[in-house]
Design a protein around this ligand. Structure first.
Ligand code: SF4
Length: 358
């Protein structure tokens, strides 16, 4: 699995704590050169147990096709080119509309077979509050263009849990998303990250987080509507039509090794985790060996995020039997064949359940 972090954004969202920069003159070139060098330097580290490629960000659609091509050629030159089991590109709706069909055609020619559109909301007031670049009409337009370009595997990102998000507005967004029939929906609850405009707004009393109970309600609005529309809720934050679960992201939850390229990207290889520093070029990796305890905790946390759950014998071997029994007794864990999982009705409080187990 290969992840490429593209650290460019044109504007910065109210809530975002990811590393990214404005894509000014010369930056894309310097960035691509640094990633290509990293590909060559780390050629021995690539693991082919699951051949997926994922460009995330930041805003990968800010990366010019020329530099994207250079990175793909570098991967090919070290024996890790396509075709991939899944090749995802995250895009901003506004970029799709502005760059037009020729950009999408280039992505297709380069082998991209899955597009993930950062919609977040179909309400213009919410999008303005988030400081997103697009409006609802442009998001719909982008989706239509992606379809017209022939992409048959499209994911939409949505966000809930903002205290100024009325339930009725959220329902409209969910309905609109489902009406478009994307193959996949990722939906995240707003989280408050340090050093973001949102954190400043809280500090100055301009924003108060939404109460848990209201977030819970919005989460389950999506769960029930997605279920009615035929989506499986295969991971806490992810919904897919049959056969369209994200191969790449499912690999993370199964702890399949991956190489993360580019500034601030993380890698996981042979029980070592490493992460690159956050500068466009000349970034360096820091790494740590995971202890058996780190691995135990990660296995439990990641597996129980999914509807597939965790192997029952692994859980019995690694957690207290009385805690497992009591969680089963209160319906927070369900045994199905040889596995335990958290039922959908408790996904929202999965962190608490996992904390009890570990
Ligand atoms: S949410 Fe995405 S588009 Fe917005 S600032 Fe963060 S990385 Fe950039």
């Amino acid at each position: 699995m290969i992840y490429v972090h593209v650290p460019f954004c044109e504007t910065f969202c109210t809530y975002c704590g990811f590393y990214s920069e404005l894509c000014g003159a010369g930056k894309a070139e310097a960035y691509a050169k640094a990633v290509c060098k990293e590909i060559h330097d780390r050629a021995e580290e690539f693991d082919d147990s699951l051949r997926t490629l994922y460009f995330g960000g930041g805003t990968p659609s800010k990366l010019p096709v020329k530099q994207l091509t250079e990175i793909l050629l570098a991967l090919e030159s070290v024996g890790h080119g396509g075709p991939y089991a899944e090749f995802t590109m995250e895009v901003n709706p506004e970029d799709i509309v502005v760059l037009g069909p020729s950009y999408l055609e280039s992505l297709k020619l380069l082998g991209v077979d899955r597009i993930s559109i950062g919609v977040q909301s179909f309400n213009d007031d919410m999008l303005r509050w988030m400081n997103r670049r697009h409006n609802a009409a442009r998001a719909e337009e982008a989706f239509r263009m992606v379809r017209e370009a022939g992409f048959a595997n499209v994911s939409l990102d949505l966000m809930f849990g903002m205290s100024n998000l009325e339930d009725s507005v959220w329902e409209e967004t969910v309905d609109k998303a489902l009406a478009l029939k994307p193959e996949h929906i990722s939906c995240y609850q707003l989280s408050i990250e340090d050093d973001t405009p949102l954190a400043d707004m809280i500090q100055s009393g301009k924003y108060a987080p939404m109460e848990d109970e209201k977030c819970w309600k919005q989460y389950y609005t999506l769960c029930s509507k997605a279920d009615e529309a035929g989506y499986s809720h295969y991971e806490i934050s992810n919904f897919a039509l049959p056969g369209f679960e994200s191969v790449h992201n499912s690999g993370y939850w199964q702890r399949i090794p991956y190489v993360g390229l580019g500034p601030s990207a993380h890698s996981y290889l042979g029980n070592r985790r490493s992460w690159n520093s956050s500068v466009i070029s000349g970034y360096r990796a820091t790494s740590e060996e995971l202890s058996p305890e780190d691995i135990r905790v990660e296995n439990i946390m990641l597996s129980l995020r999914t509807a597939r759950g965790i192997d029952a014998s692994y859980l019995f071997k690694n957690c207290s039997e009385s805690v497992i029994d009591s969680l089963v007794g209160e319906g927070a864990l369900v045994r199905q064949g040889g596995r335990f999982r958290i039922p959908e009705s408790r996904f929202f409080v999965s962190d608490e359940i996992i904390r009890e187990l570990i």
